[in-house]
Design a protein around this ligand. Structure first.
Ligand SMILES: Nc1ncnc2c1ncn2[C@@H]1O[C@H](COP(=O)(O)OP(=O)(O)OP(=O)(O)O)[C@@H](O)[C@H]1O
Length: 374
């Protein structure tokens, strides 16, 4: 078991996570000024585990996905660490980075129609990463591998001769997944893999991803604005707001019993299909996320928060433990003792009366310090 900041607890063996992201910051430089898109994200992914990253449009999810493989535009300034099997992607040489892309980790983007080359046959597109990484592959072996990959994603090998426009949206997304699997990566990053698809096809693609990742030991980072999709697919969830991870923990706990009011609103906005008990707030969340270039002081969620307190105007919360394996960046999760230890002002009526959707922590208080003081 690790501390929330990723350091191992005393007496535990060193961590074996395949992906370890430490204090990732991404700022875009634009003509209109600097846009801090990701503000200090830290998370990790053990081999074979699935982490879902959720949040509204513009909170920085895709920026994280692109940063993991150094695919951001030159206008992005990136700091922090992205350790893939212990090697920092952000500082590795180009030759090594080329080897890591596709084979160490690969990305399935949203909207397969835009990601596939419209004038190239499907088989030739799947062949590209294979040839990039295996110079000695014979034509017969290549054909066999392309056929096997198509079968793996539920398409007949003969579809290798098709062009993207001859396939349905779901089939195209299957091709993207086949490409992502082509070099047998240990991590797949799926950025809104089902967003453009109708509900039935969404479910099929999610089942496919689940079955492919399930027993293979491949780790997966799945990005979606839909918390219920992630809760059904992933082991852990990280909820982002305005460039920060504001809650992290086991998927079913974060979805069913959110500790951050933003996660609670997000899970209520995306109730589980066929589960009326999860339909807690059909009206969704009022207001819009803040402009990242003009964040409010204190907690960035405060202007929309249904349970904001006076102290939220001055405290910029960090991830505080709310259990052995969970954390949330909201002052309401702190007991009075933990708040004192963290230098957070007490709110006289903080834990009296109705506190839904956030609620006070049941966490041990000795770890409740701001991250930067640990
Ligand atoms: N190339 C870029 N140049 C400048 N700003 C950018 C660029 N890409 C993204 N941004 C800004 O960075 C912030 C985060 O964007 P990002 O696309 O990572 O969010 P997201 O959560 O993935 O949203 P969506 O689901 O809409 O893709 C947004 O304010 C966005 O406008």
């Amino acid at each position: 078991m690790n501390h929330v900041d990723g350091t191992p607890r005393e007496g535990t063996p060193p961590r074996t996570d395949y992906l370890q992201v430490n204090d990732l910051h991404v700022t875009y430089r634009t003509a209109g000024g600097e846009i801090p898109a990701v503000r200090g994200a830290s998370f990790s992914l053990a081999p074979g585990s699935k982490l879902g990253v959720a949040g509204e449009s513009g909170c920085g999810k895709s920026t994280i996905a692109l940063a993991l493989l150094r695919l951001l535009p030159k206008t992005a300034r990136v700091t922090g660490e992205v350790l893939l099997d212990g090697e920092d992607v952000l500082t590795m040489r180009w030759g090594r980075l080329r080897a890591v892309r596709w084979a160490g980790a690969s990305i399935v983007f949203q909207g397969a129609m835009h990601s596939l080359n419209a004038v190239q046959r499907i088989g030739d597109q799947i062949a590209e990463p294979i040839l990039l990484h295996g110079s000695g592959v014979t034509p017969a072996e290549l054909k066999r591998r392309i056929g096997a990959l198509l079968e793996q994603v539920g398409l007949p090998p003969a579809r290798a001769r098709a062009y993207p426009h001859e396939l349905s949206g779901g089939q195209r997304q299957r091709v993207m997944i086949a490409m992502a699997l082509a070099c047998e990566p240990r991590l797949i990053i799926a950025d809104e893999p089902t967003t453009a698809l109708d509900v039935m096809i969404q479910a099929q693609i999610l089942r496919l991803i689940d079955s492919l990742v399930g027993d293979s030991g491949i780790s997966m980072l799945m990005i979606s604005h839909d918390l219920s999709v992630l809760a059904d697919t992933c082991d852990r969830l990280a909820v982002m707001y305005a460039g920060r991870i504001v809650e992290e923990g086991p998927a079913h706990q974060v979805f069913a019993d959110a500790r951050h009011p933003y996660s609670a609103a997000l899970s209520a906005a995306f109730p589980r299909v066929g589960d009326p008990s999860s339909r807690r707030n059909p009206h969704g969340l009022a207001g819009d996320p803040p402009d990242p270039a003009d964040l409010p002081g204190g907690c960035a969620f405060r202007p929309r928060c249904p349970v904001a307190q006076d102290r939220c105007a001055s405290v910029d919360p960090v991830l505080w433990p709310v259990g052995p394996d969970r954390a949330a960046a909201c002052v309401r999760v702190l007991s009075d003792d933990a708040a004192r230890a963290a230098g957070v002002p007490l709110e006289p009526d903080a834990f009296s009366g109705e506190v839904s959707p956030a609620r006070p922590a049941d966490a041990p208080t000795e770890n409740a310090q701001p991250e930067e003081t640990r």
